[in-house]
Design a binder for this molecule. Sequence first.
Ligand SMILES: Nc1ncnc2c1ncn2[C@@H]1O[C@H](COP(=O)(O)OP(=O)(O)OP(=O)(O)O)[C@@H](O)[C@H]1O
Ligand SMILES: [Mg+2]
Length: 263
Amino acid sequence: MKIAVTGKGGVGKTTLTALLARAFVDQGFKVLAIDADPSPCLGQALGFPSELVARLEPIARMEALIYERTGAQPGSIGGYFKLNPRVDDLPDQFSVEARGVRLLELGAVEMGGAGCICPESAVLRALVTHLLLRRNEVVLLDLYAGVEHLGRATADSVDAMLIVVEPTRRSLGTAAQIKSLAQDLKLARLYLVGSKVQNDEDRRLIEAGSPGLPVLAYLPLDDAVRQADLAGEAAYDVSPRLRQVAEGLTRAIGLKPVEPASS
Ligand SMILES: Nc1ncnc2c1ncn2[C@@H]1O[C@H](COP(=O)(O)OP(=O)(O)OP(=O)(O)O)[C@@H](O)[C@H]1O
Ligand SMILES: [Mg+2]
């Protein structure tokens, strides 16, 4: 299953993606976490050691690879290149892994809209759309803020989208925009996740302001997120509250690991 996490800037998308990644692993899933933010920080939120994160190179910056797969130099516009390059081996080759989570960085290229047709966007788009899922694998996509990237490619390939909202009218307004775009693209499973929630009033505000979408979970405002960040740890490991909500959320999404077939 592929799950995309989106929402207004700074609402807690990366924090949620990292929490979910660990919670899915604890439930027996393989997890591939894809950092689609041009300034990547998912590795940090996952508490990956900095030496490991330093080994990651965003796919969009791998010029030789992009040339090899598309037949064109990155940055070239026009001319001929393969629109559907082979990508299935890229996660194995270019991800780093810790605590059961594989992490891949995409880098800064627009992949949603039709606007950018360049070799590197073809590779990224193929990665997101044609990634082969292994048995019991969950792919989590940490998208960057805003709605522009919500093009066909993303919507066609994700099974569910979580829109993260704070108890503010602005983040709920962004959620409404994302909803209407996602509906135009016929993305069926669309949910809200409340973030930085302090009390019942915050919950009510989110529920009342929801653009008609169910709220799957409420992540509490918890200083452990900041402390974990400073200590280079994962919020999942330092905050039982956040871990509990993440576990509940994985259940609400409704995936069950499949037992290996017995022979
Ligand atoms: N549940 C929470 N409790 C307290 N602080 C939080 C919580 N979730 C996120 N934060 C804080 O909010 C800030 C933004 O979080 P995060 O990076 O997860 O958001 P984002 O939506 O991914 O941001 P961006 O749009 O920049 O990618 C960080 O400083 C983080 O520590
Ligand atoms: Mg982020």
